[in-house]
Design a protein around this ligand. Structure first.
Ligand code: PLP
Length: 397
């Protein structure tokens, strides 16, 4: 019997859309960290942004009670509990002055990452464009690529306060764009939304039929009296956009996988429709804990912000001593700084690792416009941050 000619690709080869996602650029840096640790070097990581302090006690207690109740053990409803949706509506009213209809304008997400990824599948077809802040959260580009669409980068430059120049978006990209991803207070730059920027986004959305996705991961993590607005508080925003509100960073809940999407009811409905085909919703007990988080006291958040502000000042001061000038950020858990003369992002991160055994993130990890910068995360315990800056002062001056 003749062997049929094999025209298919090898059985372990991934799909073309998975191959379209850029390979992880910093595998090499991670490999070096591991190799140093194996040799017994005490490497301090200021790379990843993952709060080092526990989730606030009132949230943990609400979860403990909820998890013990068998009524919460079944499949959750994808639309979310009334309690969860009401808590968000109340929080958005109190905190941001935004009116949310709990029935149609908010549903739970299993973290902002899931939400952003699934929004790409809900709104993008091959040939469509998603406009993505650069530097930015990697899912803004990976999501569109996996959905078979195209991400067009919106460079964030210091001269414009790390907001994209909306006038500079190519006409062809505007014509094909269906989504636009932005995030303020901003990861990785620490910038807050410049005055008037959200208003200009609403105009752009109206003019070009582009759904604005504001990734709100840091509105509760701010300093020096700055209070971050919701994008949805902008006049007209609720008709042209959605906001993804994550509890991960502001409530020390990264492991809980808990967020919500709020805003334009039709867009929320499309996301929900996609989601019912993909996952089975957010654990009921987590929804109850989220409601407790949102309705709970502000004290723990303020204490946490005071801790970050202290760490931020220590880092900014040390960077100045080693010749790196940075403005202290007014939000987020990051310090974003230019690399010293003669360095690339990668070569500087490499130097800091080799000389001080401290991991910083190369800015280029967050997109081409991040080249020439590095990011320090403030989520290591105080004594580790102190030790890290002491080493940087000693070895890099
Ligand atoms: C941390 C982070 C997220 C992830 O949020 P999850 O709710 O934990 O998935 C999303 N966007 C930005 C900008 C972040 O920094």
């Amino acid at each position: 019997m003749a062997t049929p000619e094999i025209s298919k690709r090898p059985l372990t080869e991934p799909s073309r859309r998975l191959e379209a996602v850029p390979a992880y650029m910093f595998a090499e840096l991670e490999r070096r960290v591991e190799e140093m640790r194996d040799r017994g070097v005490d490497v301090i990581s200021l790379g990843i942004g993952d709060p080092d302090r526990p989730t606030y006690p009132h949230i943990v207690e609400a979860m403990q009670t909820a998890v013990a109740d068998p009524a919460n053990h079944g499949y959750p409803s994808n639309r979310g509990r009334a309690e969860f949706r009401d808590a968000f509506a109340e929080f958005y009213d109190q905190r941001f002055g935004v009116q949310i209809d709990p029935d149609s304008e908010v549903i739970p997400a299993i973290g902002a990452k899931e939400c952003i990824y699934n929004l790409c599948f809900a709104f993008l077809d091959p040939g469509d464009v998603a406009l993505a802040a650069d530097p930015g959260y990697p899912v803004y580009t990976g999501g569109p690529a996996l959905a078979g669409a195209e991400a067009v980068l919106l460079p964030l430059r210091p001269e414009l306060g790390f907001a994209p120049d909306l006038e500079a978006i190519p006409t062809d990209a505007l014509a094909r764009a269906r989504l636009l991803f932005v995030n303020y207070p901003n990861n990785p730059t620490g910038a807050v939304a410049p005055i008037g920027f959200f208003e200009r986004l609403v105009e752009l959305a109206r003019e070009h039929e582009i759904l604005i996705v504001h990734d709100n991961a840091y509105s509760e993590t701010t300093y020096d009296g700055y209070v971050a607005p919701s994008f949805l508080a902008t006049p007209g925003a609720k008709a042209v956009g959605v906001e993804v509100f994550s509890l991960s960073k502001g409530f020390n809940m990264t492991g809980w996988r808990c967020a919500a999407i709020l805003g334009a009811a039709d867009a929320v409905a499309s996301y929900w429709r996609l989601k019912t085909n993909v996952d089975s919703g957010l654990f009921e007990a987590t929804q109850i804990a989220a409601a407790a988080a949102l309705a709970g006291p502000r004290g723990p958040i303020e204490e946490m912000n005071a801790i970050y502000a202290r760490r931020r000042d220590l880092v900014v001061e040390t960077l100045r001593e080693i010749g790196v000038e940075v403005e202290p950020p007014r939000g987020t858990i990051y310090v974003w700084a230019p690399v010293p003369e003669g360095h690339t992002s990668a070569s500087f991160a490499e130097l800091v690792l080799r000389e001080a055994a401290v991991v910083v993130s190369p800015g280029s990890m967050y997109g081409p416009s991040g080249e020439g910068f590095f990011r320090i995360s403030l989520t290591a315990p105080d004594d580790r941050i102190s030790e890290a800056v002491a080493r940087m002062r000693e070895h890099l001056t």
